[in-house]
Design a protein around this ligand. Structure first.
Ligand code: SF4
Length: 619
């Protein structure tokens, strides 16, 4: 077999038994790899109704056919699980050397089930998994854990994925970190890893599948690398995604003070331009990437030094969203989240929700242990982030995310709990980006800017971003399918504009690597199939039409400032767009997938085979 191994390593942490399961060829062709193949594996290995923090919920690390190919930006892997935040599909991407080592050690995927009695470091060193005592690592931050594991194993080139205190303490948006700070951040995979008592995984391997057409792949890779250095990626190479702060502020799309506003008077101080000029230590890149979008920032005041990666989502969530305009405090806040191992978006949105509760007198200084949790208080932000990671004080409430925290506190605080399906909102204001509003409402994993790139229409001249029309459903569905293909092959999103024809070239690459014919149309259908299977998973786990929505604030309050002053989003407008989306997907008006659609996408037969394989496994 070329490009794939055709098998997955399945490890049960309870019994410490492992086995190799075959992944059928039709599953590989149908779901490609990464997020797509992970969705198929999650459907297969996660029992219906599994407790996300229970031993039955699998934690699945998935490789892709492109990993190891030397194609620029392709050193990425996916992490799938049932999300402890949403109870629906939880999928994240991470990157760098861990991706290649995963493919060399675990076949096409590593599926971890069960739960260990004691803190465990799972080592896979060119062979069978070994289970080492990790008691001495507990309480360490993610970076410290990675270093300690490498020291313990005596190999600096060992690849390590680990959780920090947030994962150990089951913070529902805990991340898994690898390669010095890359994070599988969204949806809480770190909490699932923590629930399994698995502090870290260390990998070293040498089993790479061959490429069907190595020379042709090398030629294409050279050309793509050349294109990756052109104008299509200039933004990422220069300021990185931090460039969004100034642009979004100008467009009144920069969520500020818990989405009360969409412009921030302190935007210049936390802009990409300012941070680049005053705080940039160096540029960095994932393994095998010619773009290098990563900006390593360092504080420049007299307080304790902090350094770390910064990108737009961390910047918006820990800056404008909390009303903080001191770049040193935002850099410290991001570094705290990374070391504790938690998603900066969910962390920032949870603190912003609490700041609004404090502002309204629903949470008092007695609840915060005396912390003055007002918008703009960056020191309070730092203190509360530390408490979240350790589930101390008010942090215990916020560690469960805004949906659960607002249900606990009550008093109408769900009106400003900024999540969809339980996943906190990214930095895209839905009222001034109406196509993105639809994308945020319907995407299976909850409020997400990665699995839907519907915002691209809003930033183009294809639509009026302040109003709705009948084409938004089709645009949102197409953008989800595009993202599914990108995230399954896996290419970095920041490479997408370097393709002359994304689907044609990607299909060509797939064929060169795997030797299996794939057309542009086949790939488009694969994207649609993947999104339909995500939806099926959610339906199986209790999804209802009412889950496709936006927070009350986005539907009841008009924006107060900037070029979008007075612009709101009515429930009827959102419902109209959602109806158009279901129609574009070929779903019924309740958002459910008809049998004919499952058949058309080849899902009926495939899922029947999965069901019978499960029955065979159990008998
Ligand atoms: S563009 Fe950035 S995120 Fe993408 S692979 Fe390169 S360094 Fe990593």
């Amino acid at each position: 077999m070329y490009g794939y191994h055709g098998k997955a390593l399945v490890v049960d942490l309870t019994s410490r038994i492992h086995r190799w399961d075959t992944i059928p060829e039709d599953a590989l062709r149908s779901f490609i790899g990464g997020i797509g193949l992970g969705t198929y594996l999650l459907w297969k290995y996660c029992p219906a109704g599994a407790d996300p923090l229970g031993p039955d919920n699998p934690l699945i690390f998935v490789s892709s056919p492109l990993v190891g190919s030397r194609l620029t930006t392709s050193s990425k892997f996916a992490v799938l699980t049932k999300s402890p935040l949403t109870g629906f599909i939880g999928d994240s991407l991470s990157s760098s050397f861990m991706a290649t080592e995963l493919k060399k050690t675990c076949g096409d995927a590593l599926i971890v089930t069960g739960s260990s009695d004691t803190p465990t470091l799972m080592l896979i060193d060119r062979g069978e998994p070994q289970f080492l005592d990790a008691s001495g690592l507990m309480g360490l931050g993610t970076g410290e854990t990675e270093e300690a594991v490498k020291d313990l194993l005596g190999d600096r080139r060992m690849r390590v994925a680990s959780i920090g205190p947030a994962g150990e303490n089951l913070v529902r948006y805990a991340s898994i970190a690898n390669d010095g700070g890359r994070q599988a951040g969204r949806c809480g995979p770190g909490a699932v890893m923590g629930s399994k008592n698995m502090k870290a995984i260390a990998l070293r391997g040498d089993d790479s599948p061959p490429t069907a057409q190595p020379e042709a792949t090398r030629v294409f890779a050279r050309d793509l690398s050349r294109r990756s250095l052109g104008p299509a990626t200039e933004k990422y190479r220069e300021l990185g995604t931090m460039a969004n702060v100034s642009v979004f502020n100008r467009l009144a799309a920069l969520p500020t003070r818990n989405f009360r506003e969409s412009t921030f008077e302190g935007a210049e101080r936390v802009s990409g331009e300012h941070l680049h000029q005053q705080h940039l230590e160096k540029n960095a890149n994932c393994a095998n990437c010619t773009i290098g979008c990563e900006k390593i920032l360092v504080t420049n005041d007299s307080k304790v030094k902090a350094r770390g990666r910064m990108e737009y989502e961390s910047l918006f969530a820990l800056g404008p969203l909390c009303g903080v305009d001191d770049p040193n405090l935002v850099i410290r806040a991001a570094a705290i989240c990374d070391q504790l191992g938690m998603d900066t978006i969910s962390a920032g949105v949870s603190v912003a929700w609490a700041m609004e509760c404090f502002d309204r007198g629903i949470i008092s200084a007695a609840d915060t242990g005396g912390i003055d949790l007002v918008f703009g208080n960056g020191d309070a932000l730092l203190a509360v982030l530390e408490q979240i990671g350790r589930r101390e004080g008010i942090g215990d409430l916020l560690a469960d995310g805004t949906k659960r925290a607002s249900a606990t506190v009550g008093q109408g605080s769900d009106a400003w709990a900024m999540h969809v399906k339980g996943l906190e909102m990214p930095g895209y204001e839905p009222r001034s980006l109406k196509t993105m509003a639809l994308g945020l409402a319907v995407t299976p994993r909850g409020a997400c800017h990665n699995r839907s790139s519907a915002y691209e229409a809003d930033f183009s001249d294809r639509v009026d971003r302040f109003s709705v029309d009948e084409q938004r459903g089709r645009i949102a569905a197409e953008s989800e399918d595009f993202s599914a293909v990108l995230d399954s092959l896996i290419w970095c999103k920041f490479l997408r504009k370097a393709f002359n024809d994304f689907y044609e070239e990607s299909a060509h690459v797939y064929t060169m690597i795997t030797g299996w014919e794939m057309s542009a149309q086949d790939l488009k259908v694969a994207g649609e199939r993947i999104n339909n299977l995500k939806k099926l998973f959610n339906v199986r786990e209790g999804w209802h039409r009412s889950d496709d929505t936006l927070p009350p604030r986005a539907l009841q309050e008009a924006l107060p400032s900037g070029v979008a002053a007075g612009v709101g989003l009515a429930q009827e407008e959102l419902d109209f767009m959602i109806g158009g989306y279901y129609c574009a997907r070929g779903w019924n008006e309740d958002g459910l997938i008809p049998e004919e659609k499952l058949g058309e996408l080849g899902l009926s037969g495939l899922l029947t085979r999965v069901a019978s394989a499960r029955i065979t496994d159990q008998s």
